[in-house]
Design a protein. Structure first.
Length: 200
C-alpha cells in the first residue's frame, strides 16, 4: 500500500511540474530518486557536503543557468541549517538579507539565522535539516523542510531527556542578483514545543 501511495505522489508531482512548465525529481521511501526528466538533474550540485533536495520542481522559463544558481543557493542555505556551519550561510545570503517574519528576540539580517541555529542546537545538538521539496519559480524558491534530532540539551532552562524532534517548516526565499536577499518562513512550533515537552 505504501509503495502504491509513493508512486501516486510521484505521478502527481511530475504532473504538477509539467503543468507549471518545469519538471520534478521524485524520491522513494528507500532513498532512491526517480527522475521524470533530465532538466532538474542538471540543476542540482552533487557535492557530498551539500544537502540534496528530495524532490525538485523548476520553472524552465528562467533558464538553466539562473535555475541552477537558485538551487545551489537553496542547497547552501539548508546545508547551514543541517550542519550549523556559518560558511554555508555566508555563501547563500546577502549581507543585506532581511527576515520578513522575524521572531521576537531574533536579530535582523544574517545574524538572525546564526542566532537561531546556535540556540536550536543548544537544545538539539544532533539537529538535521532535510530539504524535502524545492520549488524554483522566477526569483523565488520555496522549500518544505523537515527538522529532526533529539532533545538532549537545554531549552529555556529545561533539560532534555532525549525526546525525538521531528517537525516541518516552509520557507520562501527571494533571490537577488547572486544571493538570497529576503525571506518569509513558518515553522510548526506547536509540534516542536510538544515534542520538547515544554508546552506552547
Amino acid at each position: 500500500m505504501r509503495a502504491r501511495t509513493l508512486v501516486r505522489i510521484a505521478a502527481v508531482t511530475a504532473a504538477v511540474a509539467s503543468l507549471a512548465g518545469g519538471t520534478a525529481v521524485a524520491a522513494h521511501g528507500d532513498g532512491r530518486h526517480q527522475v521524470s526528466h533530465s532538466w532538474p538533474q542538471r540543476l542540482i550540485d552533487r557535492a557530498p557536503d551539500l544537502v540534496q533536495p528530495k524532490t525538485i520542481t523548476a520553472d524552465r522559463s528562467i533558464g538553466e543557468k539562473r535555475a541552477a544558481q537558485e538551487v545551489l543557493l537553496a542547497q547552501q542555505l539548508y546545508t547551514f541549517w543541517n550542519t550549523g556551519q556559518q560558511k554555508y550561510l555566508d555563501a547563500a545570503v546577502s549581507p543585506q538579507f532581511k527576515d520578513n517574519t522575524l521572531p521576537a528576540g531574533r536579530p535582523q539580517g544574517p545574524a538572525g539565522p546564526v542566532f537561531a541555529s546556535k540556540n536550536f542546537r543548544a537544545a538539539v545538538p544532533d539537529l538535521t535539516c532535510e530539504l524535502s521539496d524545492l520549488l524554483v519559480t522566477g526569483d523565488k524558491i520555496t522549500a518544505r523542510l523537515v527538522f529532526r534530532g533529539h532533545f538532549t540539551g537545554t531549552f529555556n532552562g529545561v533539560q532534555g531527556k532525549g525526546q525525538t524532534v521531528d517537525f516541518n517548516a516552509i520557507d520562501i526565499q527571494h533571490i537577488g542578483t547572486d544571493k538570497i536577499i529576503e525571506d518569509w518562513h513558518i515553522e510548526d512550533n506547536e509540534t516542536l514545543l510538544t515534542q520538547l515537552g515544554v508546552g506552547s
